[in-house]
Write a protein that binds this ligand. Structure first.
Ligand code: NAP
Length: 241
């Protein structure tokens, strides 16, 4: 074995996830493109391969136990293990999201993908990550999940969104529990905010490119062994919880 690292990026067929896969691939890593939409997954794999990335496609719906178990098996078979998991797949739950009128189905959908999906995928991949010399887990979160920023006068935290924003707060809270449990291992787990990025998620209203949004997740995926764990970062530094 060459010492080549392997990463799995969930929701890597487009947007920020695609650019995280491209960036890690450009470092010479083997990259699994986790994605549920087959056509978009195959297109992404083809584009990355043409760019010289050592890439494999991983059919993956983070809300489905069998799909996630199969993805772990496929990753083991394709790469012989896993060094870095980037939990990027996410949804807003759709709109409108005013708390006084929201359809509870929107909250369930957001939490199912953004929180339970991350737990499901992380736990399926942990046996491989535990075997890695320098394992990392990166959760793509959002500053809209920061309770501190949400309650700081003048801070920009987006529109009222009772499904999406609390799902990211929940994700951050869950990640802190993982960091506590894993504190006596070599696994570093951190959360990244990509900034306001122009993608399908927001109808391309974001002001940053997906490549710019991928920068902090890539930095956290490539942390040195003495790097932080259980923390939350964006391009400018640490994000308050
Ligand atoms: P995007 O272009 O809509 O990409 C989302 C990705 O998640 C797609 O590949 C989508 O796959 C995948 N996905 C959704 N549900 C899934 C499921 N059940 N199983 C597997 N994959 C699933 O949006 P994006 O902006 O790049 O979002 C990536 C991450 O960044 C999300 O976690 C989002 O919350 C976070 N984020 C984005 C912004 C922003 O401004 N864009 C800001 C802060 C945080 P399909 O193609 O199959 O739907």
């Amino acid at each position: 074995m060459s010492g080549q690292k392997t990463a799995l990026v969930t929701g890597a067929n487009k947007g920020i996830g695609y650019e995280i896969a491209a960036g890690l691939g450009a470092l010479g890593w083997k990259v699994g493109v986790g994605a549920r939409n087959e056509e978009r997954r195959e297109t992404a794999v083809k584009r990355l391969r043409e760019a010289g990335v050592d890439v494999f496609g991983v059919p993956l719906d983070v809300t489905d136990d069998a799909s996630v178990a199969a993805a772990a098996g496929l990753t083991e078979a394709a790469a012989g293990g896993l060094d870095v998991l980037v939990n990027n797949a996410g949804i807003t739950g759709g709109g409108p999201q005013e708390p006084s009128t929201v359809d509870l189905a929107r909250l369930r959908a957001a939490v199912d993908t953004n929180v339970f999906g991350v737990i499901r995928v992380t736990n399926a991949m942990l046996p491989m990550l535990r075997r890695s010399a320098s394992p990392r887990i990166v959760n793509v979160s959002s500053s809209v999940g920061s309770l501190t920023l949400q309650t700081t006068s003048g801070a920009e935290t987006g529109p009222v969104a009772v499904a999406y924003a609390p799902s990211k707060s929940f994700l951050n809270a869950v990640m802190i529990q993982y960091a506590k449990e894993l504190s006596d291992t070599n696994i570093l787990i951190n959360a990244a905010c990509p900034g306001f990025v122009a993608t399908d998620l927001n109808g391309f209203r974001g002001v940053r490119t997906p490549e710019q949004g991928a920068a902090t997740p890539i930095r956290l995926a490539t942390l040195p062994d003495d790097g932080p764990s259980g923390r939350f970062f964006d391009d400018e530094g640490e994000v308050p919880w």
